[in-house]
Design a protein around this ligand. Structure first.
Ligand code: PLP
Length: 456
């Protein structure tokens, strides 16, 4: 068979792709029609496609390439580790140096007493782990009836059956028998679309109160945990009102339920601190990590547990694990990635320099006639598209239509910006420069103009 290369003609690459490759979250008709965009190389914040276009990656891959593309140090760390020990498992009382070092480094970086790490290959796997962990925790504590995990509608916690059930994406639940039993959902704190006449502060309290109501409805002695992202990412970068997290924190404490902060997107500098929990002032019992942990250079995820959760779990044999839990190459790459984030001051720069610069520019998009609110925390932001700002009105067309048009205009202008319904999202590599931020905003504005003209 012919092996294609990055220099093969685009049409050939697309045809072979459409013939054999099943894509995540992609309608087959698109692949058979226009074909997939073929990305061949990347450097810094820039992608190159098979037609030679240079595209500014406003999404850091899939919210993950925090240190940017093309870092030789990570390639070398992988090659070194592959030569020394390409694989060994961490089951049955065995360990290896990269897993030891990475777990210890994460314990150092994580806030509070989060100091033990259970590794996984992805965020989905880590959240599956969490589901079993919290239930096992309560079983071991002599409260086996505490089984229910509460999550939020529109949350994304992964695509496996467990993590997809924890998530609150109705389109996902409609396929393949999700959610599994023992999971309940409350609303997300999306003031723009659901706040009505309430102030953001009152709305934040009302949304938090839903957690208390749900706990009381289920029975406080049956609830194991609440899981949420500090800032909901794939649901549309929903930045919660300031009153939301303090009230949630009060409620989980009052009812003694565990708090799982899903840091898969928010972690590793995205919000201007190492973890989104620090930015939002949350003290979780468990944090889910993946993506920025290795800047996406290797698939790796995990759960960081508090000392107390780890102590209870390690009083039994937790019959759970993945072949690639603590994969040595992935751990070595992640460790090198954390070194770069730290030594190059990337997290601090997001908090104190490029983050505020981006915020200022990004919020100016709210002046565009098609844009209602523009919200951003660190380097994750979203704009709500609307035909009528003051009323915070949705479009008459099916939800997502205008978002899709705008995303296509961004693509045509060589900017990757994603749409979730009629929200447009950015989450660029954390190393984006001020000049690149200017280009991002210019291209976003131009794409909004074109989408606006298309709607006239
Ligand atoms: N949790 C959050 C918050 C995510 O955004 C994602 C992926 O986007 C996941 C979990 C699942 O991670 P993965 O795709 O690595 O399985």
């Amino acid at each position: 068979m012919t092996i294609l290369t990055p220099n093969s003609p685009t049409a050939e690459l697309q045809a072979l792709d459409a013939a054999h490759h099943m894509h995540p979250f992609t309608h087959g008709a698109g692949l058979r029609g226009k074909g997939a965009r073929v990305i061949t190389r990347a450097e810094g914040c820039w992608l190159t496609d098979s037609d030679g276009n240079r595209i500014l990656d406003g999404m850091a891959g899939l919210w993950c390439v925090n240190i940017g593309y093309g870092r030789e140090e990570l390639a070398e760390a992988a090659a070194r580790q592959m030569r020394e020990l390409p694989f060994y498992n961490t089951f049955f009382q065995t360990t290896h140096v990269p897993a030891i070092n990475l777990a210890a480094r994460l314990a150092e970086l994580a806030p509070g007493d989060l100091n033990h790490v259970f590794f996984a290959g992805s965020g989905s796997e880590a959240n599956d782990t969490n589901l079993r962990l919290v239930r096992t925790y309560w079983h071991e504590k002599g409260q086996p009836e505490r089984q229910v995990v509460i999550s939020r509608w529109n949350a994304y916690h992964g695509s496996s059956v467990g993590s997809g059930s924890l998530g609150g994406m109705k389109g996902m639940h409609a396929q393949g028998g999700m959610p599994i039993p023992g999971i309940a959902h409350i609303d997300q704190p999306d003031w723009w679309s659901a706040g009505g006449d309430q102030s953001p502060e009152d709305f934040g309290l009302a949304m938090a109160k839903q957690l208390e109501d749900k706990i009381l409805e289920i029975g406080p002695d049956k609830v194991a945990a609440f899981i949420a992202e500090p800032v909901q990412g794939a649901g549309g970068v929903i930045v919660p009102p300031e009153t939301y997290w303090p009230e949630i924190s009060r409620i989980v404490k009052e009812y003694g339920i565990l708090l799982i902060a899903d840091e898969v997107i928010c972690g590793f500098g995205r919000t201007g601190n190492w973890f989104g929990s620090q930015t939002m002032g949350i003290t979780p019992d468990i944090m889910t990590i993946a993506k920025g942990l290795s800047s996406g250079y290797q698939p790796i995820g995990g759960s960081i547990l508090s000392g107390e959760v780890a102590r209870v779990i390690s009083d039994t044999e937790f019959n759970h694990g993945y072949t690639y839990s603590g994969h040595p190459v992935a751990c070595a790459v992640a460790l090198e990635n954390l070194r770069i984030l730290d030594e190059e001051g990337i997290v601090t720069r997001v908090r104190e320099d490029t983050g505020p610069y981006l915020k200022n520019k990004f919020e100016s998009l709210a002046d565009h006639p098609l844009v209602g609110e523009a919200k951003i925390v660190g380097m994750m932001g979203s704009i709500a598209l609307t035909p009528e700002k003051a009323a915070r009105a949705p479009f008459a067309a099916e939800a997502g239509t205008v978002g899709l048009i705008t995303r296509e205009r961004c693509f045509a202008n060589n900017l990757v910006m994603r749409h979730v319904g009629d929200r447009m999202i950015i989450s660029p590599p954390l190393v984006i420069s001020k000049e690149e931020i200017d280009i991002l905003i210019e291209r976003a504005w131009e794409s909004l103009d074109e989408a606006h003209a298309q709607l006239e």
